[in-house]
Each structure stands twice: as structure tokens, then as C-alpha cells.
Design a protein around this ligand. Sequence first.
Ligand code: ADP
Length: 635
Amino acid sequence: MRTKQFKSESKKLMDMMINSIYTHKEIFLRELISNASDALDKLYFRSLTDSSVGIAPDEFAIRLEIDQDARTLKIIDNGCGMTEDELDNNLGTIAKSGSLAFKQENEKQENVDIIGQFGVGFYSAFMVSDKVTVESRAFGSDQAYCWKSSGVDGYTISPCEKETVGTTVTLHIKEKTEDENYDEYLDQYRISALVKKYSDYIRHPIQMEFTTKEPVEKPEGDDSEPEYRDVTELRTLNSMIPLWKKAKNEITPEEYSSFYQEKFYDYEDPVRVIHTKTEGQATYSALLFIPKHAPFDYYTKEYEKGLQLYSKGVLIMEKCADLLPDYFSFVKGLVDSEDLSLNISREMLQHDGQLKLIAKTLEKKIKSELEKMLKDDREAYEAFFNAFGIQLKFGVYNDYGMHKETLQDLLLFRSSNEKKPVTLKEYTERMKEGQESIYYACGETDDKIDMLPQTDAVKDKGYEILYLTENVDEFALKMLAEYDGKKFVNICDDQLDLADEDEKKALETENEAAKDLFAAMKEALGDKVDSVRFTNKLKKHPVCLTSEGGISLEMEKTLNAMPGAGDNKVKAHLVLEVNAGHPIAEKLKALFESDKDQLAKATRLLYGEACLIGGAAVPDPVEHSTLVCELLTGK
Ligand code: ADP
């Protein structure tokens, strides 16, 4: 018998399979089962209109057989089978351009990892076998043929005996090596776990004889060692109907929950389930879950976002990142599309228009589900926001604010009204007449914000203040810049302007008159502040620090703490503001006239006070303490 050569591309691909150091060799089973399932489909559809097929719908099945002694694993189907020519063409060549593209890409990148992600077809059998036999009898033919190959050297085809229509693929499993335990592919538990993992939703039954041990019953009073006997039963390994393919009204909340918990390893129910089917431009089903709590690694680099991607019930990718935007990375779930082929490479997936379309519609669905939750179940939404709000705020800030429109109405901030979370919409809707801006303050905690010297005056006016206690908060608001035409104003920023025209004029005159006093005070502080001036926005506090130019003290802290900040430290421009209505103002004026030395000390002391009441540390505690002692002792 003449040995035929593989076509050159096939040869290369096969070579790669055989020599693959890839760790996900296990996907060979998925590939062969998918082929068998396709073959069953073909004959099944034919049987609907052609009574000569003679197979009842429930008789179409895939059988797996393990023979440990012979070291073989068989994948048997009663599908359409292959003729001699088909064996030659289909298994001697790479049939689909998908495999070819995959191979070319792989050659470029030397990245064998790709093998596990996508369909690589029949040749993957050679990752685990040193010989493969395919016996097949095509529907409508009396003669069966046997295709044999031990790898790159080629293959033979010869007539053989086969009673029934269909295909039997026999893998001669490789011997165990130091690096790879091929024996596991002869283990019934491992094989059934692989079927569950990759092929659970193949719509034909995948069956295997399962052998378990059962204790042999003994007569009463017999105390001898228990004996066991083998019991063999035919088991169906896959559950066949995917939950997401069922109609929504046929699924109970418990079913959704247990599916979610089992598949996505959560111990709690999801807070929301999104189950959709779409036909038209992109045909797919999606089953998405919003978790109740953030996984422990959610806010770390280790967390990988993504949805499972199925093609007609077969898992082709464990985590398809392109299906979820970063700001919704907490969503778990899967997409099953009719339009994606198994043989699709990562590169192709990225450029796949279908996938982009699906991602776009899913994003809209997730957003509207969150909006619904915000509207109908505030408590649940607040809990959700506690877990994932930071991610949404990062979403506003990232990509130069590209997604702010999408996300701004999903944000919550606690506020000075009742300390409860409010949306920006709620804030603007209840703004006082004449209020032009949305006020916010930054601090470690709500209490610390309440103690800020600027807080009183804003509250006194009856304006609500948003409390920003997370590092990302102010960055997100800066990116938004405004909401509903109202600017965001940090109450510690020099933009805070609560005075009316008369008050402003009076203050200006006072500031002008005290120019020399301020120059002396600025000199005493060096570059700690940019300038000194009077303010009338303080109530009981004598002084405060205000930032100019958009970088607040909080932002300075956050930015400088970022990895990579290095020597490029950011600096907030600070102004020491003195309460013009406070007795301290007169005292300073008097000191300026009588004792410049004392003025300098008082200024440094007041600067320290301003730091403390603003929630920052005193830069030089020793000096501060000395100054206080001097003041107390009069020395
Ligand atoms: P793909 O499945 O992507 O086409 P494969 O290399 O896995 O690529 O298979 C090549 C072809 O061989 C299939 O398209 C199919 O026509 C044929 N084939 C493989 N396995 C079977 C089978 N069990 N029964 C019938 N035909 C098969």
C-alpha cells in the first residue's frame, strides 16, 4: 500500500502538534467530539426528510471507549461518515482557512499558547497520540475505509470492515513522559471531566461506560475483609441543553443561581441576571451575571476580565476580554454565537466585526440593567456600588474621559444631606435657587471633611457637599468637569466663591491695604505657600489652606504616591487664607506694626494650624511644638 504525503501546510501544522510543548493538549477531545457532533448533525438533518437513514432522533450519539491495556481512546459516532475520497481530502489537507491562518500567525509569534484557545481540528489528536486510526463508513455506501497515520510521514487509506454508518477515531495514546502524563487520557474520570469542561452543551449525548467498585454483600456475621466488584454502567457525560438556550420563563431563579455559583465559583447568588437572545445582525445568546461582591483579587493586576465564548454550544474561549469594557469588568457570564467558527484565531477574533457588535449591545444591556437596579432597588444598587463603584469611577477617568457620558449617571457619592449616597442627577435636581456649582470636598473620612474650615460656610448657604473619600473620586469629577451644565467646585479650591459683589469689593480693599503684611507673612513661610490673603468664607476658623490652579492637596498626595511618580513630583499651589472677620486678623496687623519677629512666628504657627484642620500633617512638628511652647510661656 502506498503511503500518501500530507499537503505541505498540513504537514507543518501536524509537525507542530506532535512537537507541541503546549500544556493544554487536552483540547484534542473537544475537537474530535465537535467533529463527531457535526457529523451527527448532518445525518440527523437528512433523517428528517429521508426515511432511508433509519436512525431515530434519540439514537444519534457519541460514544467514548477507553482501553487501558491497548492504550487506546475511541471516539465513535453514528453520523454521516466519510467516503474514501473524503477521508483523503478532509484528513489529508487542512480543510479550512481558519487552521491555516492560525498556523501562519503561530509561526510569526512563536506563541504556542494560541493552540488551546481555538479550534485546531483533527490534527490536535497528534498532540496526545503517536498513531491515529479513522474507520469510516459514509451514509449510502456499503464499503468502509480505514485511514491511518503515525504522524508527518504520511497516511494510508485501505478498505475495512464496518457494520454501521459513521466514524470511529482510535487514538493510540502516547507513553507517559517526564513532562507529560499522557496516561490521564486513559482515565475515565479525567475524560468525563474534560467532556464536562468543553463539551457539556453538545446537543447529542456523549456516552461512556463507567466502571465503579461496589462492595460485595456478605452473609451476616462474616467479619472478613470487605470485597468489591466492578460495576459497569453506560453514562451520559454531558448535560446537553445549555441553560441559556432555554426560554427565560422555564428557568427558576434558583437554577440561574446554582449555574452561576458552579460555573463562576461564587458562594453568593448574583445580584442581577441578564439573559438575552438576539437575532439579526449578530445571532447570539448571552447569560450575564452581576456579582454581589467583588472577588478577592478584583482590584489587583491578577484579575482577568472576560466572558466565556461559545460557538454553537462548544466552548472556544475561557475569557474573551474583548466582550467587556474595563469599567464593566466585574460582569461574569458567557456568550454563545452561531456565527463564530471554531477555527478562529485570536487575531481574527480581535478584528471580528460580529464580536464588536455583540460587545456593543452587551454594554448597553449591562448599563440599562444597572440603571434599572438604581431606580427599582436602591438598596441593592448601593451595595453593588460599594463593591464596584471604584471601577465605574475609574471608567469615567480612563481613556481621556471617553466613557463619561455612559457612566456619569451610575455614580454615587455620599453628601452632606443625611450622609446618604446621591446621584449627580439627584444633586442637581435639589440644588438651591441661585446655586451655580456642584460642591465637593475631599478627605479621608466624612468626619474629617465635616471638620474642614471651608465646610461650614458652604453648608450655611444651604448648599449640599459631595464627600469624596476615595483617591479616584476627584480625578473622576475633574474629568467630568461639569454635570448638566453645572461646574464641579472643590470647596478647598480658590474657585469657591460664595460672596456677593459688595462683600467681594470690601474684601478686595482689605487685601489691597494689607499687601505688605502678606508679603512679610509669605517671606516667613518661604515656598510652603504661594501667597497669603484674607478671606470671608471662613466662619469660626482663623485660617485655611486653599489650592489654586486645579491640583488639590488630595490630588497631590495621590499623584505623588503613584508608582513611577519618581522625581516628577506634582505640587499643589497653596494659599494661606486668613479669616478677615476673626480677631486673629487684627492681631496680625498689630504685630506687623510692632514686632516682625513675632509676626513670623505667628505666621508659621498659623500655617501649622491650617495644615492640621485641613486634615494634613504639620510639615515640621518639632518647630510647631516649640512655637506653641514659646507662645504659652511668653518666651
Ligand atoms: P474542521 O472540523 O474545522 O473542518 P478538522 O481538521 O477537524 O477541521 O476536520 C476536517 C474535516 O474532516 C471536517 O470538516 C469533516 O468534513 C471531516 N471529519 C472530521 N471528523 C469527522 C467525523 N467524525 N465524521 C465525519 N466527518 C469528519
